[in-house]
Write a protein that binds this ligand. Structure first.
Ligand code: GLU
Length: 318
């Protein structure tokens, strides 16, 4: 499944030399200031290491994809001076890769069908830490007998496919957050509508695209143990991770549309001012300065990045 041209002795080990990075937006709405700042950081991590930077469109959830959004996202990235190598890839065009990985896990007897509805999972969930309790699977369908399975089949509801994770604990060292440890639950690899799950597609794509370091928002930290486990089971190289601080709204919640004018096109100031605000919020520029993307590369030092989220309010001039 890995691009043979990129296969090397990295197999199963964290590569010290590969800093190739990516930004992987879902084309479900315009990028807001928080998404854009994450993109800038992912670009800075890769480019300051002289590495490739790729863009991947995560458009598997067809019900949430909105026409025209992909182009708008690209144009915002370009307006902020971010460039990427080669054409962006779209997950919707890579189904065989995901199916191949699912078939491999299945052949290793690591998957089982799950007939549960969201409501059933929510009501059965105890409350472990990490991924919100309602997202963690309590194991209802793991040990169904043949007869129980047949009964569930008869309901006509198609099953999702889940990983038999056996509660294995995964430990990783995040470049910004330090050591992180979590038990992995039996998460979904193929949804019951047949769509490969985010967790699976990301792992397959990061490996196939030769990514060495994943830089993304801290809200995805909880997904990483699942992805590390999957990569191991699929025999793919281990990656490094840097989960970067989020931008929050004035209510302390993750920035979103309801917080006001949060996208580049809604801001009156223009991309240079937004770029300067992002740089200031990351400690990479002083008030009144308008550094170029190249200036930021020269100043960039991951060790000195803030670890805390930035609170933004519509009153904050960007
Ligand atoms: N597509 C995901 C998002 O927009 C990001 C996935 C990732 O960076 O791993 O939140």
């Amino acid at each position: 499944m890995q691009d043979p041209a990129r296969q090397d002795d990295r197999h199963g080990e964290i590569s010290i030399h590969n800093f190739d990075g990516r930004f992987a937006p879902s084309p479900t709405g315009q990028l807001h200031l928080g998404n854009l700042r994450t993109a800038l950081l992912a670009w800075l991590f890769a480019r300051s290491a002289g590495a490739r930077f790729l863009v991947r469109v995560e458009d598997l959830d067809r019900s949430r994809v909105r026409p025209g959004v992909e182009e708008a996202q690209f144009s915002d990235l370009r307006a902020l001076g971010l460039d990427w190598d080669g054409p962006a890839v779209r997950q919707s065009e890579r189904m065989e890769l995901y199916e191949e990985a699912i078939a491999r896990l299945d052949a290793d007897e690591l998957l089982y069908p799950c007939y549960c509805t969201r409501a059933e999972i929510r009501s059965a969930a105890s409350a472990p830490h990490g991924i919100s309790a309602s997202d963690r699977y309590p194991g209802t369908c793991r040990e169904l007998t043949g007869a129980q399975r047949a009964m569930r089949e008869a309901s006509g509801r198609p099953p999702a496919l889940r990983m038999r994770s056996d509660g294995g604990r995964i430990v990783f060292d995040d470049r910004l957050l330090g050591r992180f440890e979590e038990a992995v639950d039996d998460f979904v690899v193929r949804r019951n509508d047949g769509t490969p799950a985010y967790q699976l597609a990301v792992v397959v794509d990061d490996a196939a695209q030769g990514i060495g370091e994943v830089v993304r928002g801290a809200d995805l930290t909880d997904s990483t143990p699942r992805q590390i486990l999957l990569a191991r089971l699929l025999g793919l190289p281990e990656l490094r991770y840097a989960h970067v601080p989020l931008v929050l709204g004035p209510d302390g919640r993750r920035l979103a549309k309801r917080h006001g004018a949060v996208t580049l096109s809604e801001r009156g100031e223009g991309p240079d001012e937004v770029h300067a605000w992002m740089a200031r919020s990351l400690g990479l520029a002083r008030a009144g300065e308008m550094p170029s993307p190249d200036d930021l590369i020269a100043r960039f030092d991951p060790e000195r990045l803030p670890r805390e989220p930035t609170v933004w309010s519509p009153k904050t001039a960007v």
